[in-house]
Ligand binder design. Sequence first.
Ligand code: SF4
Ligand code: SF4
Length: 457
Amino acid sequence: MRAPSPEDIARSIVAACADCEVCRFMLTDDCLFFRELYRLHDREAETGAAPSPEELRSMLDRCTYCALCGCPDIRADIIAAKSGLAARDGLPLSVRLLEDVARLGQLGATAPRLANRIMQSSPLAGVGKRLAGVHASRRLPQVPPETFTAWARRKGLHRPPSPGVARKAAYFAGCSGRYFFPEVPRALVRLLQMSGVAVYVPEQVCCGMPPFLEGDHTKALDMARANVTRLAALAAEGFDIVCSCPTCGYVLKKLIRERAYYAESYQRSVGAAPDVLKVPMADGRRAGSASVFNTLRRSIYGRILKDDGHFAAIDPLERIAVGENTWDAGEYLVEAVEGRGLRNTAMPRTRLAYFVPCHQREQGIGRPYLALMQKVPGLEIDVLDGAYECCGMGGIMGFKRDFHAHALELGAAVAAKIKTLHPDIVVTDCLSCRLQLAHMTPFTVQHPLEILAAAWA
Ligand code: SF4
Ligand code: SF4
């Protein structure tokens, strides 16, 4: 039997979601993928005109992997279809340039002033944008005078702390933080050090989300493998892995770990009998939960519950070790910093509009930054965290010529709410959301870590 083509996979997604219809009612206002899926399905039902390969590709290209929809398997199929298209037809040069955020950052860091002069004002910016497939009116981030990586090296954070420290964090800062917004990771380092946590910034590469989303399977897998191998070894040495980027956190905690618990090596490690699969009932990091399992009969579930996802080529035990030991910086601060009784300094009365990013919501950790900011006297906070509220940026997707208008349409509701609130500062923990909200509203946008660092200074 021939392997399904990318178009076959896309059609099977249309059929499955048309059968189910949950996302027709829940998400067609907020997800362009489902809006297009149901449009194509309804047209075929009414006129018999099946979606063309181009229409299927365009439908797939509308998913930003916000993870707001209910089915990880459907999302995995979207990426499988995109990966099939990329493998068969290749990726345009512009996508290959844009998906490598770290390389763009490193390039800018070689001559930051020149890079800013070219990219912010000169007509050369237009040429650069065209080459990288960036929409002409999309604002580009400034290149900072010093990257976080260089700063961390200057501070000696690239060397592991001496053995015996009580609590040590391996900080996964993410490409946008390392190369474009170093003030954010610097704020976290300061907060952690103030609370007595030893900070180590290990070698790291991009979390892999941009190439994953583009269907560049090999690149995403290579990046994930490099990070997982290094971070799993650090977890084994007692490091907590901490992320200030919610997308990196989502990738390391959730995406890479998907289906790893079904692997034979994991089943052996928890002593599963040959006829059952043992699957933890909750996140294994939480106290005691690692030993509480759902027990599933292999005769019923063995054929569908397999470790066969996008990252199955990476050791499942290492993926689990990384997933279970990775913390979002907000939740880590609640435990590590607050527990040590650091005092908030009262701030001048400041009205914040806090937008909670999709990939933070998907981590199921509550609202740790909100809890911390609410304790700072002087801060008045409006929260935007509706179940389907999305800024629309989709990582690098909002930069793309063909997606720019979609990104603005998706983010319009959130931007309108923020404009109505008219805050002094917009706060969000995702640096892609930061770029989008700075593009769509006239307000200063900051990370909660910057607010907290000022309050705890
Ligand atoms: S993604 Fe899942 S819940 Fe949503 S329509 Fe498709 S099958 Fe139903
Ligand atoms: S991940 Fe987000 S963009 Fe993609 S189909 Fe689900 S809701 Fe839509």
